[in-house]
Each structure stands twice: as C-alpha cells, then as structure tokens.
Design a protein. Sequence first.
Length: 115
Amino acid sequence: MRPAIAILFAFVCAATFTDAHAAGWTQFRQITEFNQQPAAGSASEMVYVTLAAGSNPSGCSTSNAFLFALTNERHKRIFSMLLAAKMAGNSVMLYTTGTCHSSTGDALLDGVVIE
C-alpha cells in the first residue's frame, strides 16, 4: 500500500509543480512566515516558508515564498532545521529546485543552510 501512496503523491506533485526555472541557492535571509496550509488550500500537502525580500534563483512568480512536502526523512530534517532557525532568529539560505507550484507561484524548496 505504501508504494502506491508514494507513487500517487509523486504524480500529484508532478502535476502541481509545472514551471521549470533555474535551480540554486537564495541569499541568507530571515524567515518571515512558516506555516502549514489548511486541508482545503491549494498547497495543503506542503509546508510554506517565506523569507525577507532577497534573491531567488527559481524565477517563480512569488520571489520570497517556498514550499516543500514532508515526504521523507530528509524533508523532515529540513523542517526541523527551519523551525529551529525561526525560533532562534537565525537567517537561512534555501536551495530551490527551479520548479514552481502551478497555483501559488512558490518555488519548491530542497535544501537549507542556517547562518
């Protein structure tokens, strides 16, 4: 059953993240917002992070917003690191895959460095 769920989730992510842009790292910035959208939201399966204004190599329509899903242990570590950085007031540098969410315009997040 789990492989079927993982395949379905991968398909849903592929369908909602359509626009391809450049991958790369942002500049170090403070986290300004960190949330989980409600079940009825357009990106309900994703964790949402916004940074103070700065560079975003993805070229997505929302330049300071990022999304990621807690689908594996690595993403759970990213979540923990982001939460710790937010609580400590540390700046973070995020890695974007260059993929943009089709309905929100936010970049898909896939890495983090805490300053």
